[in-house]
Design a protein around this ligand. Structure first.
Ligand SMILES: Nc1nc2c(ncn2[C@@H]2O[C@H](COP(=O)(O)OP(=O)(O)OP(=O)(O)O)[C@@H](O)[C@H]2O)c(=O)[nH]1
Ligand SMILES: [Mg+2]
Length: 394
């Protein structure tokens, strides 16, 4: 049966036809369908769940792979103020024409600004110094005030002093926080001219800029985090679902720093997935790669437990992982999560999978990250988790 087009669709198609006539032939290709199809689909109620897109761009070829930085300690220094000038002028037929030293300019501040252009803290230098103001000069010339130094940081950045005292939280794009103030410029001797003192022989030095040691961290790191024992195949899985390129090798602790990859869907929504270095028993007591990686897990809205189906009993792996998370922060293991059984291509993995399914109450997504099978249902479920727990509405 032919579907009957709704009123909105008909009106929209007519408008699009008119627009199409005005387009250049080069612009026309596919444009009509691109514009009209989503409206018709919506109007007829044919809209379905968003589908993950395969990455169109090839992976990069450069050797250097950047890891994700969500915590940095740095020193910020405001610019110093310019010194005031001490000078006396002498003119034709007026030898002692009085003081004429100008004021120094103010030093610039260091200002952090939340911006959607950056995603991590990797670009922050360990020492950030703002410009200094210029010195004052003779003939009452004031020094130039320095420009402020704006540093872009991702929204959700928390700034603290070394003593853990909060300096600021930048949650929305455009918000700013002055982290180090510049020094004021010194006054020149002209400033001190009074009726009592017609020849002041004093000028000020510019003040030093404020210096602070800061800890900058991100409140959220990714929408979903891949958690598992070393060698479970987390990095292989992230490579399979995104353009990220974490190192993969057949020995434990290959990944030493977290990597974040982006999964794209056909409604242009992007879901960030983090590959977190492997956890081992006793990680909450700083064993293995230590407690810092548990901190990364805290910053993911959803968790994907990646279990290795080729190793003995994956359900004990799951228990151990949950235990470690729970010891680090009560309730952490109860974050919205899904269970992924990796290496389903290995011999005997199907039997282990059936047994694992009997031990857990959630569905297990059986995938082979290496051969990229079973990925699609996992990504569909990831999107559901994202919509419910990590998306814009939450
Ligand atoms: N047969 C098979 N091997 C896999 C699969 N996924 C990963 N591997 C292999 O398992 C080994 C470990 O993979 P990684 O992705 O480095 O594991 P990881 O969990 O990131 O390990 P760490 O970074 O050390 O925590 C590599 O030799 C992979 O080739 C899979 O689906 N099937
Ligand atoms: Mg890895």
């Amino acid at each position: 049966m032919q579907p009957v087009l709704g009123q909105t669709s008909l009106l929209f198609i007519r408008a699009a036809q008119q627009l199409h006539k005005l387009m250049l032939p080069r612009q026309r290709q596919g444009a009509f369908l691109q514009v009209v199809t989503p409206v018709v689909i919506q109007d007829l109620g044919l809209a379905s769940a968003p589908k993950p897109l395969k990455p169109k761009k090839p992976k990069g070829h450069t050797e250097k792979v950047k890891h994700f930085v969500d915590y940095k300690r740095l020193v910020v220094r405001g610019g110093s103020g310019g010194d005031g000038c001490m000078s006396f002028t002498s003119l034709y037929r007026k030898e002692f024409a009085g003081p004429d030293g100008g004021n120094g300019g103010n030093g610039g501040h260091v200002i952090f600004q939340a911006s959607s252009n950056c995603k991590s803290l990797a670009h922050l230098k360990s020492v950030i110094t703002a410009e200094s103001g210029m010195k004052g000069a003779t003939r009452m010339c004031h020094g130039r005030n320095a420009e402020h130094t704006y540093i872009e940081v991702p929204p959700g950045t928390i700034i603290r002093r070394e003593s853990a005292e909060s300096v600021g939280n930048l949650d929305k794009v455009g918000e700013i926080c002055i982290v180090a103030r510049g020094g004021a410029g010194g006054k020149g001797n002209y400033f001190f001219l009074t009726n009592e003192n017609r020849a002041p022989a004093k000028a000020e030095l510019g003040a030093k800029g404020q210096e602070e040691r800061l800890r900058v961290e991100l409140r959220t790191m990714a929408h979903a985090g891949l958690i598992g024992f070393p060698n479970a195949g987390k990095s292989t899985l992230l490579r399979a679902i995104s353009r990220a390129r974490p190192k993969v090798a057949a020995y434990p602790f290959t990944t030493l720093n977290p990597h974040v990859g982006i999964v794209e869907y056909d409604d242009y929504e992007q879901v960030a997935v983090a590959d977190i270095p492997g956890l081992i028993k006793g990680a909450h007591q700083n064993r293995g790669l230590g407690i810092s990686f548990l901190r990364h897990i805290q910053r993911c809205a959803c968790l994907l437990y990646v279990l290795d189906l080729s190793s003995g009993e994956p359900w004990t792996q799951l228990q151990d992982l949950r235990f470690e998370l729970e010891q680090y922060e009560p309730g952490l293991s109860q974050r919205p999560h899904a269970i992924v059984g990796n290496k389903v291509d290995v011999e005997g993995a199907q039997d282990v999978l059936a047994e694992l399914q009997a031990h857990v109450d959630l569905p297990v997504f059986a995938v082979s990250a290496k051969y990229r099978t079973g990925i699609e249902p996992l990504l569909d479920h990831l999107r559901e988790l994202y919509d419910k727990h990590a998306g814009k509405g939450t």
